[in-house]
Design a protein around this ligand. Structure first.
Ligand code: ATR
Length: 278
């Protein structure tokens, strides 16, 4: 039997991961499949038991299971532990191990979209304090960021995260003012995503050289990114983070590093258009 891969989450039916993984499987002549395992929270234990019986090479894990899945694994690596979340599980000798490729996805996307160079990481302002923020903070710290300031609607969550990662926080209400000396600004909240409110922040104090990144990829260009681009700032959309975290998982499972290139990006954007997105 062909060993399969897939995605566990709730909901998962709109995921682009099958499009990405199947594209690479074809390219590398891997006769396998990437399946969606819709798993309500109460059924996670059962699904993970099922994974042990099924012939799976590994699975991706998404909302809302990235933290809770850890209790059903035989091991979790240091990176996933620091982030506090697992997005990739691999099977080895009958055991399930968890890691996290979101931090890699975040930093690889920044580098890719900025012509192969990382931006100046001396003063990063990051909006949000959820799971995506945690992955971005770990990625930025590991890439050498010297100052990171977290701002979040719920200020206490920003303060708690800042304590945990030994970075700074500042009140959500003054988020525009904090941008005066920012070299990189990152949105890790769901604001700007299709069917969500926009991220409202004044960019008037932002230096023209500061890079503005969004982890949202639907739409590809959020109003926040558009405002930044219009005033001349370099911008980075979130699609590449999705592609690079998938690349990390694919490499772990299939032992080959697939390319994240313009053809894949166009293929995924076409899939988004086909369903009325992007
Ligand atoms: P993820 O794991 O994908 O990061 P999450 O943990 O639900 O998702 O985090 C969502 C982030 O978006 C949080 O930072 C959240 O802010 P709160 O901590 O205050 O909830 C932020 N967010 C969601 N809706 C928001 C809104 N309407 N305004 C401002 N921030 C919002």
């Amino acid at each position: 039997m062909t060993r399969i891969t897939g995605l566990i989450g709730y909901p998962v039916d709109h995921s682009l991961s099958p499009t990405i993984h199947q594209y690479w499987m074809e390219k590398h002549s891997i006769a396998s499949a990437y399946k969606l395992f819709t798993t309500a929270p109460a059924r996670l234990r059962q699904t993970m038991l099922h994974m042990r019986k099924k012939d799976v090479l590994g699975v991706n894990v998404t909302v809302p299971h990235k933290e809770t899945v850890m209790q059903y694994l035989d091991g979790v690596d240091d990176l996933a532990r620091r982030i506090g979340a697992v997005n990739t599980v691999m099977e080895k000798d009958g055991k399930l191990y968890g890691t996290n490729t979101d931090a890699y996805g975040f930093i690889a996307n920044l580098r890719d979209r900025l012509g192969g160079e990382l931006p100046d990481l001396s003063n990063v302002v990051l909006f949000g304090a959820g799971g995506a923020a945690r992955a971005a903070i770990v990625a930025l710290k590991d890439a050498g960021a010297t100052r990171i300031t977290i701002q979040n609607r719920t200020d206490e969550k920003a303060a708690a995260l800042a304590r945990e990662f030994d970075v700074d926080s500042s009140p959500w209400d003054i988020r525009g003012e904090q941008l005066v000396s920012a070299t990189l600004v990152v949105n890790t909240t769901i604001l700007g995503m299709k069917n969500q409110p926009q991220l409202s922040v004044s960019l008037q104090h932002l230096s023209a050289s500061a890079v503005v990144a969004d982890i949202v990829y639907n739409p590809l260009e959020t109003a926040f990114l558009k405002a930044a681009r219009t005033r001349g700032n370099p911008t980075v959309d979130g699609l590449g983070m999705l592609l690079y975290q998938a690349q990390g998982a694919f490499a772990i499972w299939h032992d080959v590093e697939p390319a994240v290139d313009a053809a894949l990006r166009a293929h995924v954007i076409a899939a988004m258009h086909a369903r009325g997105d992007a």
